[in-house]
Design a protein around this ligand. Structure first.
Ligand code: KIV
Length: 264
């Protein structure tokens, strides 16, 4: 498989081909995820929950992210490697530049940040300096304390309108990718259709251009999985087979199905 770039994903969107992303935190899983055919991998700050045992991503630091990004980059054989800027490392544009530089130097090819309109100057500044950006809207886990829990977003007309406006703004600011998490499927499909940049969904229904799942969730290791999670390990005899099953299910359109989706 050739190296995936943001342009590969752009072309896939234009052709209507679905692409996959799986979170990774180390070299071995980065190798396996690429071998399974996922075009992208995310060193997610979800590592705060699935590796470190916290109940949110808030305690994760830039040092943690740089360490796991470097580990994953060593095992990656050609997937586009996205890494999360963790909580409070991009509150100002200058902080974002420092943090994004550390992640890019650790091996990331794109940095991800949670937020919309308020990030547009920061996104513009990073992109102008050679750092591609993936924005993240909807249920943005670093704001769990504002939301009062991991709740589906975009269910009221006001909230849906605001997510749509944020999406348009981050595209105008120069973001290359957008993650939409836990929003009604119809809203995610509408945003994906309106934006030119590829949109990656998690708990956002089948209408996005790509799908992402947390590695531990798709391997059935989550204690109380949210409804959008499918355990791809059940019925399979190896981790590579489960990873491949996720990739195939996304590409064939069988995942996510109606039981994984949220409505208004
Ligand atoms: O940190 C993470 O794993 C993420 C995904 C849930 C998209 O941001």
């Amino acid at each position: 498989m050739d190296k995936t770039t943001v342009f590969t994903l752009q072309r896939m969107k234009e052709k209507g081909e679905k692409f996959c992303c799986i979170t990774v935190y180390d070299a071995t899983f980065a190798r396996l995820v690429h071998a399974a055919g996922a075009e992208t991998m995310l060193v997610g700050d979800s590592l705060g929950m699935v590796l470190q045992g916290h109940d949110s991503t808030v305690p994760v630091t830039l040092e943690h992210m740089a360490y796991h990004t470097a580990c994953a980059a060593r095992g990656n054989r050609g997937a586009l490697l996205i890494a999360d800027l963790p909580f409070m490392t991009y509150a100002t544009a200058q902080q974002a530049l420092t943090g994004a530089t550390a992640l890019m130097q650790a091996g990331a090819q794109v940095v991800k940040m949670e937020g919309g309109v308020w990030l547009s100057e920061t996104i513009h500044m990073l992109v102008e300096r050679g750092i591609p950006v993936c924005a993240h809207l909807g249920l943005t886990p670093q704001s769990v304390n504002v939301f009062g829990g991991f709740r589906v977003q975009g269910r009221t007309p006001k909230s849906a309108k605001s997510i749509l406006a944020d999406a348009a703004e981050i595209q105008d600011a120069g973001a290359s990718l957008l993650v939409l998490e836990c929003i009604p499927s119809a809203l995610a499909a509408d945003i994906s259709e309106k934006l030119q940049i590829p949109v990656i969904g998690i708990g956002a229904g089948p209408g996005t251009d790509g799908q992402v799942l947390v590695l531990h969730d798709l391997l059935g290791l989550c204690e109380s999985p949210p409804r959008f999670v499918e355990d791809f390990m059940t019925g399979r005899d190896s981790i590579p087979a489960a990873l491949k099953a996720f990739v195939n299910a996304v590409k064939s359109g069988s995942y996510p199905g109606p039981r994984h989706c949220y409505t208004e």
